[in-house]
Design a protein around this ligand. Sequence first.
Ligand SMILES: [Zn+2]
Length: 255
Amino acid sequence: MSRPVASYLAPAASGPVGVDLPVPGRALAIGAHPDDIDFGCGGTLAKWAAGGCAVTELVLTDGSKGTWDPEADRDRLVALRQQEQRAAAAALGATDVVFLGHTDGELGSGLAEREEVCRVIRQARPDVVLGHDPWKRYRLHPDHRHAGFLAVEGIVAARDPHFFPGQGLAPHRPSALLLWEADEVDHLEDIEAFLPAKLAALFAHRSQWESTMGIADDPGAEEAAFETRVRERAAEAGAVAGLALAEAFKRIDRL
Ligand SMILES: [Zn+2]
């Protein structure tokens, strides 16, 4: 049967690109659902963690719609997806995972959610934030759009002492924001040595093998096919800068 094409099939760069930020001291990746961070920037996080970066992952929703089984037990699925995300984070070498637990499919990007993200940014104090590109055209899933805006607007709030002063936390201004699924790619991270870590993180999401990765009827062959698709996508992303394997981003560094 045909299976959905997931978000790892993003467009490659069409113009000049920068390559490789210096390894940051601290990084914060913000994803809508369990597995989004691994698809979007898993190789980059693994590389930075190996270089001594303290990596925090922030997952905004509970992933409770991540199944094709209409009879699935919601609470069990939520607990399973947290467990899978922690295993995926460990595969990348991330040090911390924070779950905000908003209902999957119902994420908003209002002031209440912005304050939550601002709080995590002020606590984690990342040099680099990574997230979904909220300006990606023709994107259907509202959680991805809202998660992107929360990363952007969470930074704006976190850097300014007059936003949410009741938090009692010092303001914090990151030095760069990298957006995956970018509408306009202008930055690549070389992940040639870290594709195995990215794949290990993705495969940790066992509950998503069927619905997201197309692994169900013939696991051996379908796992290999999924791995090939991820590798081909990374090769395509890297080709514009002569890199064997890369992850592609929009980089914003005037924060
Ligand atoms: Zn997602």
